[in-house]
Write a protein that binds this ligand. Structure first.
Ligand SMILES: [Cu+2]
Length: 158
């Protein structure tokens, strides 16, 4: 398993976001041809046994890569999900075969869209803490990341 972690502070941070969150979380992880930006999660209501993780993945390489799996400290089961309309209901489903990160493009995982699904969460993480996880890509291998946990009320329009 190849583990390369290089943390660089995002250059485009506004003063507002610097004030709003600890700088340790305002990070980018450069990993081979990939850049992973600001992994975050939000606390689900107490009693819920699921949560979700969000981040941006940029592929600066010449070839497509694919996010195939992940792990998280808070959950024994981690899946990669997308959403689709089923009648007039939005439903989520596991992306079969992994999430393609096309060469030269950025894929954003965000609320109401693609996300990392944490399942069988025994204990919801506290707001303003973080938890570790990994993401495994078909070509780039496995990278360690850390999700910032935010208040769900603060992310309605995130
Ligand atoms: Cu999901």
């Amino acid at each position: 398993m190849k583990l390369i972690k290089e943390i660089a502070f995002a250059s485009a941070l506004t003063l507002a976001s610097l004030v709003a969150m600890p700088s340790a979380f305002a990070h980018e992880i450069k990993f081979g041809d990939l850049v992973i930006s600001h992994p975050w999660s939000r606390q689900s209501p107490m009693g819920a046994d699921v949560s979700a993780g969000f981040l941006k993945i940029t592929n600066n390489g010449a070839a497509d890569d694919k996010l195939v799996s992940g792990t998280a400290e808070i959950a024994p089961v981690v899946q990669i999900h997308d959403m689709k309309m089923d009648g007039d209901m939005m439903k989520m489903f596991e992306i079969e075969g992994g999430l393609v990160i096309p060469a030269g493009q950025t894929v954003e995982l965000k609320p109401k869209a693609k996300h990392i699904m944490f399942m069988k969460v025994a204990k919801q993480p506290a707001v303003d803490t973080s938890f570790k996880g990994t993401l495994t890509f078909e070509k780039a291998g496995t990278v360690e990341i850390e999700y910032e946990v935010v208040d769900p009320q603060a992310t309605m329009d995130h």
